[in-house]
Design a protein. Structure first.
Length: 233
Protein backbone atom coordinates (compact mmCIF):
# COMPACT_ATOMS: atom_id res chain seq x y z
CA UNK A 1 0.00 0.00 0.00
CA UNK A 2 2.77 2.44 0.98
CA UNK A 3 4.59 1.60 -2.27
CA UNK A 4 1.51 2.62 -4.27
CA UNK A 5 1.11 5.87 -2.32
CA UNK A 6 4.79 6.76 -2.88
CA UNK A 7 4.51 6.02 -6.57
CA UNK A 8 1.42 8.22 -6.90
CA UNK A 9 3.17 11.04 -5.01
CA UNK A 10 6.24 10.86 -7.19
CA UNK A 11 4.25 10.64 -10.41
CA UNK A 12 2.21 13.70 -9.50
CA UNK A 13 5.36 15.61 -8.49
CA UNK A 14 7.12 15.12 -11.81
CA UNK A 15 4.59 16.92 -14.04
CA UNK A 16 4.65 20.01 -11.83
CA UNK A 17 8.46 20.11 -11.95
CA UNK A 18 8.56 19.44 -15.67
CA UNK A 19 5.93 22.14 -16.21
CA UNK A 20 8.35 24.77 -14.86
CA UNK A 21 10.91 23.77 -17.49
CA UNK A 22 8.35 23.61 -20.31
CA UNK A 23 7.08 27.09 -19.46
CA UNK A 24 10.62 28.45 -19.63
CA UNK A 25 11.34 26.69 -22.91
CA UNK A 26 8.13 27.69 -24.69
CA UNK A 27 8.38 31.23 -23.30
CA UNK A 28 12.00 31.72 -24.32
CA UNK A 29 12.76 28.73 -26.52
CA UNK A 30 15.19 28.33 -29.42
CA UNK A 31 12.75 29.69 -32.04
CA UNK A 32 12.76 33.08 -30.30
CA UNK A 33 16.51 33.48 -29.95
CA UNK A 34 16.83 35.36 -33.25
CA UNK A 35 13.83 37.59 -32.58
CA UNK A 36 14.13 41.01 -30.90
CA UNK A 37 13.20 40.77 -27.23
CA UNK A 38 12.17 43.32 -24.68
CA UNK A 39 14.55 44.01 -21.82
CA UNK A 40 12.05 42.62 -19.29
CA UNK A 41 11.89 39.36 -21.32
CA UNK A 42 15.66 39.04 -21.03
CA UNK A 43 15.57 39.66 -17.29
CA UNK A 44 12.84 37.04 -16.82
CA UNK A 45 14.83 34.55 -18.86
CA UNK A 46 17.94 35.09 -16.74
CA UNK A 47 15.91 34.48 -13.56
CA UNK A 48 14.47 31.25 -14.95
CA UNK A 49 17.88 30.04 -16.07
CA UNK A 50 19.24 30.55 -12.55
CA UNK A 51 16.43 28.31 -11.23
CA UNK A 52 16.98 25.68 -13.92
CA UNK A 53 19.69 23.67 -12.15
CA UNK A 54 17.66 23.54 -8.94
CA UNK A 55 14.61 22.29 -10.86
CA UNK A 56 16.71 19.64 -12.58
CA UNK A 57 17.99 18.36 -9.24
CA UNK A 58 14.43 18.09 -7.93
CA UNK A 59 13.31 16.34 -11.08
CA UNK A 60 16.23 13.90 -11.06
CA UNK A 61 15.62 13.01 -7.42
CA UNK A 62 11.92 12.28 -7.97
CA UNK A 63 12.44 10.61 -11.34
CA UNK A 64 15.06 8.22 -9.99
CA UNK A 65 12.61 7.09 -7.34
CA UNK A 66 9.89 6.61 -9.93
CA UNK A 67 12.23 4.66 -12.19
CA UNK A 68 12.66 2.15 -9.41
CA UNK A 69 9.01 1.30 -9.98
CA UNK A 70 8.58 1.61 -13.74
CA UNK A 71 10.17 2.82 -16.99
CA UNK A 72 9.08 6.25 -18.12
CA UNK A 73 9.63 8.56 -21.10
CA UNK A 74 9.22 11.61 -18.88
CA UNK A 75 12.96 11.85 -18.18
CA UNK A 76 13.74 11.91 -21.88
CA UNK A 77 11.24 14.73 -22.45
CA UNK A 78 12.53 16.65 -19.46
CA UNK A 79 16.15 16.31 -20.56
CA UNK A 80 15.21 17.45 -24.06
CA UNK A 81 13.64 20.67 -22.74
CA UNK A 82 16.45 21.19 -20.22
CA UNK A 83 19.27 21.03 -22.76
CA UNK A 84 17.40 23.14 -25.29
CA UNK A 85 17.13 25.89 -22.68
CA UNK A 86 20.86 25.52 -21.96
CA UNK A 87 21.52 26.00 -25.68
CA UNK A 88 19.46 29.20 -25.67
CA UNK A 89 21.33 30.44 -22.59
CA UNK A 90 24.72 29.71 -24.17
CA UNK A 91 23.71 31.49 -27.38
CA UNK A 92 22.60 34.56 -25.47
CA UNK A 93 25.91 34.63 -23.58
CA UNK A 94 27.80 34.24 -26.86
CA UNK A 95 25.87 37.11 -28.48
CA UNK A 96 26.48 39.30 -25.43
CA UNK A 97 30.23 38.54 -25.57
CA UNK A 98 30.35 39.42 -29.28
CA UNK A 99 28.46 42.65 -28.65
CA UNK A 100 30.80 43.52 -25.79
CA UNK A 101 33.88 42.84 -27.94
CA UNK A 102 32.45 44.95 -30.78
CA UNK A 103 31.70 47.80 -28.37
CA UNK A 104 35.21 47.66 -26.89
CA UNK A 105 36.74 47.60 -30.39
CA UNK A 106 34.83 50.66 -31.59
CA UNK A 107 35.63 52.48 -28.35
CA UNK A 108 39.32 51.73 -28.87
CA UNK A 109 39.12 52.92 -32.48
CA UNK A 110 37.79 56.26 -31.28
CA UNK A 111 40.70 56.77 -28.86
CA UNK A 112 43.80 54.78 -29.83
CA UNK A 113 43.20 53.18 -33.25
CA UNK A 114 45.32 50.32 -34.57
CA UNK A 115 44.42 50.81 -38.22
CA UNK A 116 45.50 53.50 -40.64
CA UNK A 117 42.21 55.42 -40.51
CA UNK A 118 40.45 57.45 -37.85
CA UNK A 119 38.89 60.88 -37.67
CA UNK A 120 40.09 63.32 -40.30
CA UNK A 121 43.39 64.98 -39.43
CA UNK A 122 43.91 68.73 -39.57
CA UNK A 123 45.26 69.76 -42.96
CA UNK A 124 49.04 70.21 -43.06
CA UNK A 125 51.34 70.81 -46.00
CA UNK A 126 53.42 67.71 -45.44
CA UNK A 127 56.87 66.97 -46.84
CA UNK A 128 57.18 63.78 -48.86
CA UNK A 129 59.93 61.17 -48.61
CA UNK A 130 60.33 58.26 -51.03
CA UNK A 131 63.63 56.79 -49.86
CA UNK A 132 66.32 58.90 -51.52
CA UNK A 133 69.04 59.26 -48.89
CA UNK A 134 70.13 62.66 -50.15
CA UNK A 135 66.62 63.97 -49.38
CA UNK A 136 66.34 62.50 -45.88
CA UNK A 137 67.82 65.42 -43.93
CA UNK A 138 65.59 67.99 -45.62
CA UNK A 139 62.53 65.80 -45.11
CA UNK A 140 63.32 65.05 -41.47
CA UNK A 141 63.97 68.71 -40.60
CA UNK A 142 60.66 69.80 -42.13
CA UNK A 143 58.73 66.91 -40.57
CA UNK A 144 60.16 67.79 -37.16
CA UNK A 145 59.12 71.40 -37.57
CA UNK A 146 55.57 70.70 -38.78
CA UNK A 147 54.67 67.50 -36.93
CA UNK A 148 57.12 66.06 -34.42
CA UNK A 149 57.56 69.27 -32.43
CA UNK A 150 53.91 70.30 -32.74
CA UNK A 151 52.60 70.24 -29.16
CA UNK A 152 48.98 70.27 -30.33
CA UNK A 153 49.30 66.77 -31.78
CA UNK A 154 49.15 63.43 -30.01
CA UNK A 155 51.66 60.70 -30.88
CA UNK A 156 48.88 58.79 -32.64
CA UNK A 157 48.30 61.81 -34.90
CA UNK A 158 52.06 62.23 -35.42
CA UNK A 159 52.24 58.57 -36.45
CA UNK A 160 49.44 59.03 -38.99
CA UNK A 161 51.09 62.15 -40.42
CA UNK A 162 54.33 60.20 -40.69
CA UNK A 163 52.62 57.50 -42.74
CA UNK A 164 51.01 60.11 -44.97
CA UNK A 165 54.46 61.61 -45.62
CA UNK A 166 56.03 58.40 -46.87
CA UNK A 167 56.02 56.54 -50.17
CA UNK A 168 57.65 53.37 -51.45
CA UNK A 169 60.22 51.59 -49.28
CA UNK A 170 60.05 53.96 -46.26
CA UNK A 171 56.29 53.48 -46.07
CA UNK A 172 56.62 49.70 -46.37
CA UNK A 173 59.09 49.68 -43.46
CA UNK A 174 56.51 50.87 -40.94
CA UNK A 175 53.07 50.30 -42.49
CA UNK A 176 52.48 47.09 -40.51
CA UNK A 177 53.26 48.68 -37.12
CA UNK A 178 50.00 49.24 -35.18
CA UNK A 179 49.21 52.94 -34.75
CA UNK A 180 49.46 53.59 -31.02
CA UNK A 181 50.97 56.29 -28.84
CA UNK A 182 53.96 54.12 -27.91
CA UNK A 183 54.63 52.86 -31.45
CA UNK A 184 55.11 56.31 -32.97
CA UNK A 185 58.63 56.62 -31.55
CA UNK A 186 59.36 53.01 -32.53
CA UNK A 187 58.32 53.67 -36.14
CA UNK A 188 60.35 56.87 -36.29
CA UNK A 189 63.39 55.02 -34.96
CA UNK A 190 63.04 52.39 -37.69
CA UNK A 191 63.28 55.15 -40.29
CA UNK A 192 66.21 56.80 -38.52
CA UNK A 193 68.10 53.52 -38.34
CA UNK A 194 67.64 53.02 -42.07
CA UNK A 195 68.25 56.55 -43.35
CA UNK A 196 70.22 58.47 -40.68
CA UNK A 197 73.61 57.25 -41.93
CA UNK A 198 75.78 60.31 -42.41
CA UNK A 199 78.57 58.41 -44.17
CA UNK A 200 76.22 56.96 -46.79
CA UNK A 201 74.46 60.31 -47.22
CA UNK A 202 77.80 62.07 -47.77
CA UNK A 203 78.78 59.41 -50.31
CA UNK A 204 75.51 59.88 -52.21
CA UNK A 205 76.06 63.64 -52.30
CA UNK A 206 79.59 63.13 -53.59
CA UNK A 207 78.29 60.82 -56.32
CA UNK A 208 75.87 63.53 -57.44
CA UNK A 209 78.68 66.08 -57.57
CA UNK A 210 80.86 63.74 -59.61
CA UNK A 211 77.98 63.02 -61.99
CA UNK A 212 77.14 66.68 -62.55
CA UNK A 213 76.95 67.61 -66.21
CA UNK A 214 79.73 69.90 -67.49
CA UNK A 215 79.03 73.49 -68.47
CA UNK A 216 76.94 73.78 -71.63
CA UNK A 217 78.40 76.57 -73.76
CA UNK A 218 75.07 77.08 -75.53
CA UNK A 219 73.22 77.68 -72.24
CA UNK A 220 75.80 78.57 -69.59
CA UNK A 221 73.28 80.22 -67.25
CA UNK A 222 71.15 77.07 -66.81
CA UNK A 223 74.21 74.86 -66.58
CA UNK A 224 75.67 77.02 -63.82
CA UNK A 225 72.36 77.00 -61.96
CA UNK A 226 72.24 73.18 -62.10
CA UNK A 227 75.78 72.91 -60.77
CA UNK A 228 75.03 75.29 -57.90
CA UNK A 229 71.86 73.37 -57.05
CA UNK A 230 73.85 70.15 -56.74
CA UNK A 231 76.36 71.79 -54.42
CA UNK A 232 73.58 73.34 -52.34
CA UNK A 233 72.12 69.90 -51.70
Amino acid sequence: MQRTIDLMYFRYSVPSIKCAVDVAYHRFGVPSIHKPTRSNDEEEFRVRVKELNSIKKQFSSVQLKIEKFLNSAIREKFDDSYYKIQVVSDRIKSIQREQSIAHDYHSAQATTPTGHTRIQLPALSLPMFQGQLTEWNAFYDLFNSLVHNNENLSDVERFRYLLLSLRGEPYNLIKSIPITEANYINALQVLLNRHENKHIIATKHLDKIIDVQPMNENNPQNSLRNILNVYDE
